[in-house]
Design a protein around this ligand. Sequence first.
Ligand code: GAR
Length: 203
Amino acid sequence: MLRLAVLVSGSGTNLQAILDGCRDGQIPAQVVVVISDRTRALALERARQAGVSAVVVRRRDHADQQGFDQALSKACAAAGVDLVVYAGFMRVVGSHFLEHWQGRCINVHPSLLPAFPGLDAPAQALAYGVRITGCTVHFMDAGVDTGPIILQEAVPVEADDTPERLHERIQHAEWRILPEAIRLFAAGRLRLEGRRVQIANEG
Ligand code: GAR
């Protein structure tokens, strides 16, 4: 069974979707460790509720990005992880982490990339005035939200949207495409060809 590390910073609703999917047999995988950079992340409580080991790795406890990367990488390796999932982990990934995990590390982002990378993507989309935004699951690379795209789902913007309301609808889409991307990875159906991710047919 595929062994997952889920990296979180906040409320952990994506983590919950993954935990539920694993529990119900929708995702043939097991969350073996949840890693947070914040001691008070609600996501840590969700991990404990599910009986999953929860670890805090704070940036401020490390002198530089390299030290932080190495601590993250060590926590994943110690748990025998096959795939690292950034699920609302609000930290950049450094080259020392990627050296080990590139191709085995995915991220969910609340926009249709390459539009609106970085922080506050739903607010960026509203401010720009797009009619359609959404979410993206992609492999991590050294850029900010630039890696090869695995899945996307569109979400229409409504006239009276606030960033919070729009983000909430985007998150419902995230809870579908993030578990689905993990399922595809677990089934060995994702193949990277340059920037493009090919999804092999089932069976
Ligand atoms: C998610 O919407 C995720 O896409 C976003 O943080 C939220 C975390 O929610 N990530 C980013 O913006 C990364 N650039 P959650 O903690 O409830 O899963």
